[in-house]
Write a protein that binds this ligand. Sequence first.
Ligand SMILES: *Cc1c(COP(=O)(O)O)cnc(C)c1O
Ligand SMILES: [Zn+2]
Length: 295
Amino acid sequence: MARTSLQCRECKKDYENGFKYICDECFGPLDVKYDFPAINKDTFSNREHSYWRYFELLPVESKSNIVSIDAGMTPLTKAENLGKKLGLNNLYIKNDSVNPTFSFKDRPAGVAVSKAKEFGLSAVGCASTGNLASATAAHAAKGGFPCHVFAPSNIEMAKIAQALSYGANYIAVDGTYDDANRIAAQIGDSKGIGIVNINMRSHYVEGSKTFSFEVAEQLDWKVPDQLIIPVGSGAMLNAICKGFEELQNVSLLDDVSNMHMIAAQPHGCAPIVDAFKKNSKEVIPVENPDTVAKS
Ligand SMILES: *Cc1c(COP(=O)(O)O)cnc(C)c1O
Ligand SMILES: [Zn+2]
């Protein structure tokens, strides 16, 4: 029996877990659903120093399919001086810049590439302007996959140099990042390539949950009062919420419903924060972002 299945976030239709990310009935996104085994704090305590220590809470069925470059278990550093300045006695910063490819994207990319191996796919890729390309390419190199990075043709080469150094193939798309995304989606579906942030998205986002697991374990299985999360599409924030709820479901954490999630976006590109402030469900894309926080 498989430990995981897929479920439509909108109409709740269930599917067997497979290379699939959209509901046949309503086109809603599919989320991974688990049949969790009995777990307690000791389950994880003597395991490897990477996010794969939480194997039972991740969507890979067989450990033999794990493609790991030892990402995760990054420091949760107490920021004494910044905390004092802000009037906070217990301010912590999760330093994901010390991951192997220098960003938190090693979490979702590693889970997606592992799942691509489990599905028996022959190649992986992503649409990215930087961090994700590096993380996907590094895991592809480790797993022995060709890796195709779709990005606008006018991208500064500095942004994909790291991915190229891991052996990735750069597909230059004449157009915007959105155009690169569309082309990657079409080619991924027609050629059976695992595009980590598109057709592997249901599994990709599960990697971001490991943030929640590590923070909870590093706080000795206590629920933080507030979490401040940088937001692009909101996928990571949503996954982190799911992670904390799952820890509550397996009884590793007490009630998480009083934890406050705070979405942070830069002033020059804040579509989700703006919609939230207007109490609107419609997120209006920003045509001309004006910020140094390009991701
Ligand atoms: C990917 C990423 C995020 C989160 O993006 P979401 O689309 O909200 O998941 C935040 N900051 C940086 C620097 C990123 O690369
Ligand atoms: Zn549906």
